[in-house]
Design a protein around this ligand. Structure first.
Ligand code: FHN
Length: 456
């Protein structure tokens, strides 16, 4: 089969699935919007524009697992906190008891959103349901949700959606579509460990996953991102019933973890930054310590310097950074996360221009740091301040208009050209910011580099 034939078949399938979905689910009436598979490049660019501009978002992993917080029967359970039920093989009925202690009375969604905003983040993706199957929202198809199973008794996503709207932050949902360790038929990585988990996965997809995805995409206003996760035991047939639901939110952006061969809109390197970026939209998701869900004894926090360098490194390779927080069962974002986010925010306040809406570095390697770019401007992120005060920009052939520090725009820096391919900027003796001082180099025309470096 040639490429065109397979593309035609794929498109036909997308239409058939769309029509079927519209007939099967009344909530899918808006299915008439164009599936991403049928978009032109311009339409896709338009849909992806805010996300590419944003570069920085907050991931929130929150659920009942924040109650045991990494400890079961007085033992520290190794691994990531939200997997405690799986790792410790906790029986369903026993795990469900933790919900009785999930009472986030200190939850203040407005504060969370303001914190994300202060950090310079432009969107939030929160776990509407993680692999333990517990829904942070009022789901009509189960009692295993915050409203029915906890003393708190209120939908947690409603307030967050309202706060996001108020503060102009985009909201996305992470939804574990396949793994579900508490509803019969849900998949479990490594296999089921309690017979209460056994059941028909197709039935699970039909009766839990599909209606829940419909709920999260219908009841919370504009949803900007749907973040599928771990396509354990997913196949094309199962993915095909979930996928059309995304049209309930025209313009929504989805990741590549649905399964069934769907590529989604962006790739999702996890806990690492690809060495040279990727040739497709991408977002690195990462924890600040060693866990996504709260663990009381994980104090292995990345430094603010590492987090800022990661953000810059990612932007310099054309990606987004989705940085995680794991709130406690009381509803508090751990203090070390708050401190780091505020520090990142201070840096972003001064240097955000060098991150938002930038494109990848045209340079293959820069010994002193990283580069991000906008038309006519190179943002030189100096991690290691040169001892001789001379910042070398290798391979640059463009005429330079001027150079200055982003933090002190009025203060122009002297620029010389040592040979036709090397620009040298004279820096002040000391960096303004020990983590990353940004030097702006304004250039004429499209970036032109010497042959051995990558051109854009
Ligand atoms: O199993 C999950 C894990 O708990 C966490 O949610 C991460 C975030 O990307 N995703 C899965 C592992 O890839």
């Amino acid at each position: 089969m040639n490429d065109k034939t397979s593309q035609r078949i794929f498109v036909n399938q997308a239409i058939v699935i769309g029509v079927l979905c519209a007939l099967t689910f009344p909530g899918c009436a808006q299915i008439a919007t164009k599936p991403p598979e049928l978009e032109t490049k311009q339409q896709r660019d338009k849909r992806m524009a805010w996300w590419r501009e944003a570069r920085f978002g907050m991931f929130i992993h929150w659920g009942v697992y924040s109650v045991p917080a990494g400890i079961y029967k007085d033992k520290k359970i190794p691994g990531i906190g939200e997997w405690i039920m799986n790792r410790a093989r906790i029986p369903v009925a026993e795990y469900k008891k933790y919900a009785k202690q999930f009472n986030p009375v200190k939850y203040n969604p407005d504060e969370w959103v303001r914190l994300a905003k202060e950090a310079g983040m432009k969107y939030i993706v929160i776990t509407s349901k993680h692999h333990d199957g517990f829904a942070l929202f009022d789901s009509k198809v189960t009692n295993w949700d915050v409203v029915d199973a906890t003393p708190y008794g209120k939908d947690l996503l409603k307030g967050l959606a309202a706060a996001c709207k108020k503060h102009g932050i985009k909201l996305g949902f992470y939804h574990s579509q396949a793994q579900d360790w508490c509803h019969p038929g849900g998949a479990a990585s490594g296999g089921h460990w309690d017979k209460a988990q056994n059941g028909d996965m197709d039935k699970y997809i039909r009766e839990i996953a599909v209606p829940q995805v419909r709920e999260i995409l219908t009841n919370y206003g504009d949803i900007a991102v749907l973040w599928w996760d771990t396509p354990t035991n997913m196949n094309k047939k199962r993915a095909d019933v979930l996928r059309p639901l995304i049209h309930l939110q025209p313009g929504i952006i989805t990741n590549n973890r649905l399964g069934g061969g769907y590529r989604g809109d962006f790739s999702t390197p996890e806990q690492h930054i690809p060495a040279t970026g990727l040739d497709y939209d991408w977002e690195t998701c990462m924890t600040m310590n060693g866990t996504w869900g709260y663990k009381s004894y994980d104090h292995d926090w990345k430094s603010t310097e590492t987090l800022i360098h990661n953000l810059v490194d990612i932007a310099s390779k054309g990606g987004n950074y989705l940085l995680n927080v794991g709130p406690t069962s009381e509803g508090l974002i751990p203090e070390p996360s708050v401190i780091r986010l505020k520090e990142i925010g201070k840096w972003m306040k001064v240097n955000g221009e060098s991150i938002y809406g930038t494109s990848a570095s045209p340079f293959r390697k820069l010994d002193w740091g990283r580069c991000t770019a906008k038309p006519g401007k190179l943002y030189l992120h100096v991690f290691d301040w040169p001892a001789n005060g001379k910042l070398e920009v290798p391979g640059l052939r463009n005429k330079v208009k001027k150079a200055y520090l982003l933090a002190e725009k009025k203060h122009e820096l002297a620029v010389t050209r040592e040979d036709k391919d090397k620009v040298v900027i004279t820096l002040p003796p000391k960096s303004l910011d020990a983590i990353d001082t940004v030097v702006v180099l304004e250039i004429k025309g499209k970036i032109k580099l010497r042959g051995e470096t990558k051109t854009k």
